[in-house]
Structures are given as structure tokens and as C-alpha cells.
Design a protein around this ligand. Structure first.
Ligand code: ADP
Ligand code: MG
Length: 245
């Protein structure tokens, strides 16, 4: 077996007294696409935020792309370059145009020449099908367009791993599809390692190699999407699936 690109071993985390992640073990192979689901408050966001050190774990080991996460700021910087993240609420810079949002990181962090950063940005805006919006500000775009900008912005940093935290749950229903379509294309065409917190079952069935179910800070069950949705094993998973279907 090749080295996993993400490896969590016995990871535990507390917020004060609250034990939010309990003995999480998760190995992700390069190119693997994982969907994470589970009830609100089960620790899904916390777990994926630990992978790029937006949150710190207190026990256990997290290794990302061969580097163990610790308090070493240099290593955190190295890891963040390899890990892109897309949030529920887009988190675009509101005072910058779409193009400026996309070129900021490549120019200042990756030290790319401006012309190259612009060319890359336009390539990804085309890929998410909004090249015509390059000169607009985020506030002038629909939610679905803003989320596609956020995805393009992450891709401009050429990450090895993409983390998505409920990327469609703040969108109006008619915009969910356009964002999922972009994510499906990314998953099937890029070979990128993806971890996506979502309850979109169609997406999970179409692209996921593995679905992980979390509850109360633990991974309760994991399986291929068809086995997971058609034949859930634990009562907690069954109850959860009854609620989302
Ligand atoms: P999920 O993404 O599955 O909804 P989260 O990882 O956001 O769950 O949160 C898990 C639990 O941790 C929740 O009970 C939440 O209230 C709590 N929590 C999340 N962030 C913090 C924080 N910064 N401080 C204290 N508690 C938090
Ligand atoms: Mg969450």
C-alpha cells in the first residue's frame, strides 16, 4: 500500500471540557474521494479543520502529505499550500473583484508573475463557467456563482487536497446543482484527493469512493456509497438516513 496522503491516528480533541473528536482513525489514499456525513454537531467540521490546522487536536497524530501537524508554523504553512478549503459561506474577500480574489494567493504566496496568475485564474473561471464575472465584486454575484468563485480560488493554488465543508448548504435549491456539477467534474477529471462534508446523496453516490458517517465525535461507520446508503449497518446511521431522505 502506498503512503496515505492524509493519516489520522487516535485523534482526540476537546473544546474546553467538551470532547469533540474521540479516537478518530482515518487514512486517505492519494486521489481518494471521501464524503463525510452525520448529524449537526457531530464533529465533521472540526475533523476536516484539523487537517489543515484551522483547529488543533490535543491527542493523537495527524500526518498530511508526509508532514506531521504540530505547532511548527513553517510546517503549517507548507501543509496549507497543499490543502485547499471551501467553506459553507464562501469566505471571499468582499472588497476585491473576482479576479483579484483568485490572483491574490498565487501572486503573494506562490510568488507567481501577475500575468501568469491572471491566466491561471481565467482558466479556472472558465472551468467553473463564469469567466464573464471576473471583473465583478462578490456581492454582485449569486450564491452559486460566489461558491464557484471560491472553488476556482482554491484551485488556483494548485492544492493536492481539497476540503469542502457543506459547500452547498447555504445555497438556494436552484443553485445547488450548478455547484455540485462543478464539484463532480473536479472529482472525476482532476484525480485530486477530496474530502467533502455534505448530505447530498446523489453527489456521494456519483463520485465518492467512501462515505464516512460521524456521530458524537466518532466515526461510526464507513463504506462504499451504495453499500452505505442501501444497507447501513448501525442504528444511528439508519436513523440519520431516515431523517435526510
Ligand atoms: P458539525 O460540523 O458536525 O456540525 P462541529 O465540528 O462544527 O460539528 O461541532 C462539533 C461540536 O463542537 C458542536 O457541539 C459545536 O457546538 C462544538 N464546537 C464547534 N466549534 C467550537 C468552538 N470553537 N468552541 C466550542 N465548541 C465548539
Ligand atoms: Mg459543520
Amino acid at each position: 500500500m502506498p503512503e496515505p496522503i492524509i493519516d489520522l491516528k487516535n485523534v482526540n480533541k476537546w473544546y474546553g471540557q467538551f470532547h469533540v473528536l474521540r479516537d478518530i482513525n482515518l487514512s486517505v489514499a492519494q486521489g481518494e474521494r471521501i464524503v463525510i456525513c452525520g448529524p449537526s454537531g457531530s464533529g465533521k467540521s472540526t475533523m476536516i479543520r484539523c487537517i489543515n490546522r484551522l483547529e488543533e487536536h490535543q491527542q493523537g497524530q495527524i500526518v498530511v502529505n508526509g508532514t506531521e501537524l504540530s505547532n511548527d508554523l513553517k510546517q503549517i504553512e507548507v501543509i496549507r499550500r497543499e490543502v485547499g478549503m471551501v467553506f459553507q459561506h464562501f469566505n471571499l474577500f468582499p472588497h476585491m473583484t473576482v479576479l483579484e480574489n483568485l490572483t491574490l494567493g498565487p501572486i503573494w504566496v506562490l510568488k507567481k508573475p501577475k500575468a501568469e496568475a491572471v491566466a491561471t485564474a481565467m482558466k479556472y473561471l472558465e472551468r467553473v463557467r463564469i469567466p464573464d464575472q471576473a471583473g465583478k465584486y462578490p456581492g454582485q454575484l449569486s450564491g452559486g456563482q460566489q461558491q464557484r468563485v471560491a472553488i476556482a480560488r482554491s484551485l488556483c493554488m494548485a492544492p493536492k487536497i481539497m476540503l469542502f465543508d457543506e459547500p452547498t448548504s447555504a445555497l438556494d435549491p436552484e443553485m445547488v446543482k450548478e455547484v455540485l456539477q462543478v464539484m463532480i467534474e473536479l472529482a472525476t477529471e482532476s484525480g485530486m484527493t477530496m474530502l467533502c462534508v455534505t448530505h447530498e446523496m446523489g453527489f456521494a453516490r456519483q463520485v465518492a469512493d467512501r462515505v464516512i458517517f460521524m456521530d458524537q465525535g466518532q466515526i461510526i461507520e464507513q463504506n462504499t456509497p451504495d453499500a452505505f446508503f442501501d444497507n447501513p449497518q448501525s442504528d444511528r446511521t439508519k436513523l440519520f438516513l431516515q431523517q435526510i431522505i
